[in-house]
Design a protein around this ligand. Structure first.
Ligand SMILES: Cc1cc2nc3c(=O)[nH]c(=O)nc-3n(C[C@H](O)[C@H](O)[C@H](O)COP(=O)(O)OP(=O)(O)OC[C@H]3O[C@@H](n4cnc5c(N)ncnc54)[C@H](O)[C@@H]3O)c2cc1C
Length: 452
């Protein structure tokens, strides 16, 4: 297929995160010429990595779920599906500084932050919740209204808001209940989770190799400066005034970033919905000892600024980390917040103290903490308004050759690699349909096939 470009069509893909990579991959497979343009010096976006010793470690914790059908399908095409190592993982909860296992009915019955009637109510309602949501207009229902009504105040305040709300901060109660309902279909306390044996970098490298084996160019360290439409074609301005012209362009950039790059004509055509976005501040601790061995532990009212701990080594083991145990702690926050604006070193110093206090029962000493790294990302989670299904922008921008494939488009699915791959498949199929030339369509009709 290399160099053939049977469709004669050139598509520029903006952003080399998983959505851009998967879109570029699909488009090269369909015979389009593709230019993938990434602003930073690495592919992978939020799934990207940093050099650590003689290997690579993800900046942000990531795992695969068994229900990630589209992602697993892509990995199978790349010959990487067998690399995913699956493990049973567990969950903890830390409330008021006290540690609780939170996996079995027995754990729940012993969960003293709630009174016994609320523990039972939590268990029963949770079992029924997916069914209770079916057929309801959850897109127009506030999460807090739905869950407080079903579970009661104590469960909402002590458990649900901290467990599921950290990504949205105070806005969690306002987002449509449909989001949580979908998320519960993907996540469980005791869950089998997967992690690629050679890390997410192997997936990113595999995609890049497959893209470059087609008729594609991958450009790194090339931040797009402007996007405009000239005579019906896309015109992408790169540093130094270089222009890339394309028949179509797929932007995977978060909408607020695209808005800044679009020229006035294009900006006027962009979706009117203006979503706030949560960013994240996240610290990685390389430890000489494990913490509690739980993959995920929400932290509630325990004197920390971070509100969750992910023990990556409970899933990935210690081999990828030179025998160290890797734990991520995180706080989702607005990119304008004081915390987000603070420098990484002072966050690392303060959060080290907080982690030591949180796990003082182990105890966790200074000697146990080998290294700390802080990473931030400004655009992680769009905060969806009520009724977002009606406001969610279409992927095609009418009257332009521009298509949008962003995290604002995956709702009600959770923001994840799987959702991005699914969206990439959808966008690539849209381009394929438009690219069927009259000659191809005529040939297909002559052969008795329905043209797309
Ligand atoms: C802390 C954290 C934990 C997560 N955990 C999981 C998990 O366990 N499992 C899971 O599946 N998902 C997880 N996710 C979500 C997942 O990472 C995202 O949903 C997914 O990576 C989004 O991909 P994307 O390609 O849409 O966007 P991004 O990854 O944001 O990619 C956008 C790309 O555009 C580039 N760009 C920006 N501006 C320009 C410009 N001007 N010119 C060119 N390029 C530009 C950026 O550099 C970036 O590479 C997690 C995310 C975070 C932050």
């Amino acid at each position: 297929m290399a160099g053939t470009n049977p469709t004669g069509r050139h598509v520029a893909v903006l952003g080399g995160g998983i959505c851009g990579l998967a879109t570029a991959y699909r488009l090269t497979r369909s015979g389009h010429r593709v230019t993938l343009i990434e602003g930073s010096d690495q592919l992978g976006g939020l799934g990207t990595f940093f050099a650590w010793r003689d290997g690579w470690v993800e900046r942000f914790y990531h795992c695969v779920m068994p229900s990630d059908d589209e992602l697993l399908g892509l990995l199978a095409e790349l010959g990487l599906a067998d690399e995913v190592r699956w493990r049973r993982t567990e969950m903890g909860m830390i409330v008021d500084g006290r540690h609780h296992a939170f996996n079995t009915a027995r754990d729940l019955l012993r969960f003293t932050p709630l009174g016994l009637p609320d523990r039972i109510r939590f268990g029963v309602v949770s079992l029924l919740l997916r069914g209770l949501g079916r057929g309801r207009d959850l897109d127009d229902t506030r999460t807090e209204d739905w869950l407080r009504g079903l579970y009661g105040n104590a469960v909402w305040e002590t458990l649900l808001a901290p467990m599921f709300g950290s990504k949205f901060g105070h806005s969690f109660g306002d987002v449509p209940a449909l989001y949580l309902w979908q998320r519960l279909g993907r996540e469980r306390n005791v869950a089998t989770r997967g992690y690629p044996a050679r890390g997410y970098r192997s997936v990113i490298d595999g995609l890049r190799a497959a893209i470059e084996a087609g008729d594609a160019t991958v450009r790194l360290s090339t931040p797009v400066e402007q996007l405009s439409v000239v005579d019906g074609r896309a015109s992408v301005t790169l540093p130094g005034g270089e222009i890339v012209e394309a028949d179509q362009v797929v932007s995977t950039l978060p909408l607020p970033q695209l808005r800044q790059l679009a020229d006035d004509d294009l900006a006027a055509r962009l979706p009117t919905v203006r979503l706030p976005y949560q960013g994240v501040v996240n610290a990685l601790f390389f430890l000489r000892r494990p913490l509690a061995g739980h993959y995920w532990t929400p932290v509630v009212r325990s004197g920390t600024e971070f509100d969750g701990v992910v023990e990556m080594s409970a899933l990935a083991g210690t081999a990828p980390y030179g025998g160290r145990h890797l734990a991520y702690v995180m706080r989702y926050t607005d990119r304008e917040s004081t915390l987000y604006q603070e420098d990484g070193d002072s966050i690392a110093a303060r959060w080290t103290g907080q982690l030591r206090t949180l796990y003082s029962g182990l105890p966790l000493t200074d000697d146990d903490i080998d290294e700390v790294h802080v990473f931030k990302a400004p655009f992680v989670e769009p905060v969806y308004p009520l009724g977002y299904l009606r406001q969610r922008p279409p992927v095609e921008l009418p009257g332009t050759p521009v298509l949008l494939a962003t995290t604002a488009h995956v709702y009600p699915r959770v923001t994840s690699w799987n959702s991005s791959v699914r969206l990439a498949n959808q966008v690539a199929a849209t381009i394929d349909r438009a690219a069927v030339s009259p000659r191809t369509a005529a040939a297909m009709r002559a052969e008795g096939e329905p043209s797309p």
